[in-house]
Design a protein around this ligand. Structure first.
Ligand SMILES: Cc1cc2nc3c(=O)[nH]c(=O)nc-3n(C[C@H](O)[C@H](O)[C@H](O)COP(=O)(O)OP(=O)(O)OC[C@H]3O[C@@H](n4cnc5c(N)ncnc54)[C@H](O)[C@@H]3O)c2cc1C
Length: 287
């Protein structure tokens, strides 16, 4: 059962941030509540003040800026809204595809993309995808706003670069140019993925010019795999290269023991998923 709390409904980011500053550790932002309220019901955390940000206008918007070559997504957009958005389906179909696999329809309806990222649960699908996609996050407080690369946002287990008085207000996703392709592969035995791999490849004149490869769900957060990225850069994208790269990814990834699957099994999964992700990203880059 939930213990008593006061619900606040600020109508601006500034007001919400001032509340966070005022109540300090006694307060938490409440978006969809799919993580927060469960933790509170189980008495794992308690906050005397919940700051419901759903009355703040503009935080659910989804828009494309063609001049900037990017898509902006409000942090309050639900997984279901992202899965169904015609704009996302047309301009960033991989995101719609990934969002359609998150949790179940009840969680996707209530849960927001901002809540998913700020909770920084290691099995987050969008977190892994956004690091591979080089997304940037906007954090705002009463004192102003700043942008943080997705790769720098996740700092540890359930930890992020967000300051206590900041809200995550939006996500900037670069629209991939022609010659670039991205893929996300996951495997699950329970509700959340047991292992995931994301790859973005930029291919020029038949060779891989740049790569962002990320393993997810097996460590304490999304993990970039720089040695594997370096190995494939400058090479022709083919099955032999991807098999070798997948082997290196599996060997070098950090695995956090969890009790469900063995570390050896998770390492194997990363190899299989990374090989698939590389092949699909290369195929998409060529199309
Ligand atoms: C049964 C189940 C299955 C799931 N399966 C998956 C899965 O397969 N893949 C996956 O990726 N995820 C999965 N999830 C996680 C799900 O995506 C998240 O629960 C959801 O997105 C959290 O969003 P929320 O709006 O409900 O967050 P809340 O519960 O409202 O908040 C979560 C945390 O983030 C903070 N917060 C929320 N919004 C902001 C903001 N804008 N700025 C700053 N801080 C903020 C809150 O204070 C709180 O600490 C699953 C969850 C459940 C319960």
């Amino acid at each position: 059962m939930l213990s008593a709390f006061t619900l606040h409904q600020p109508v601006s980011v500034t007001e919400a941030s001032e509340m966070l500053r005022h109540y300090g550790d006694d307060a938490a932002i409440y978006a969809g509540g799919t993580e927060l309220l469960v933790l509170m019901k189980e008495r794992l955390v308690h906050f005397a003040h919940l700051i419901d940000i759903k009355q703040i206008p503009g935080l659910s918007s989804i828009a494309v800026d063609d001049a900037a070559g990017s898509m902006s997504i409000g942090s309050l957009a639900s997984h279901r809204a992202l899965e169904r958005s015609p704009l996302i389906r047309e301009r960033a179909p991989l995101l719609a595809e990934v969002e359609s696999q998150v949790a179940n329809i009840r969680v996707r309806n209530a849960g927001t993309i901002g809540g998913n990222l700020c909770f920084a649960e290691p099995h987050s699908d969008p977190a892994t995808l956004f690091v591979a996609w080089d997304a940037h996050f906007t954090l705002a407080s009463a004192g102003g706003s700043r942008t943080v690369a997705a790769a720098d946002f996740f700092t540890g287990l359930l930890e992020t670069a967000r300051e206590p008085d900041e809200l995550l207000t939006g996500i900037d996703l670069p629209l991939l140019p022609s010659g670039a392709g991205s893929s996300y592969q996951r495997f699950k035995t329970h509700e959340r993925p047991a292992a995931a791999a994301a790859a973005t490849l930029w291919v020029e004149d038949g060779r891989i010019r740049d790569a962002r490869l990320v393993a997810g769900s097996v460590g304490i957060g999304p993990e970039r795999l720089p040695a594997t990225e370096e190995m494939i850069k400058g090479q022709e994208p083919d099955a032999t290269l991807f098999a070798r790269a997948a082997e290196l990814a599996a060997a070098s990834v950090f695995i956090e023991e969890e009790g469900f699957e063995s570390a050896e099994y998770k390492r194997h999964l990363i190899g299989v998923l990374m090989k698939r992700a590389l092949a699909q990203a290369a195929e998409r880059a060529a199309s």
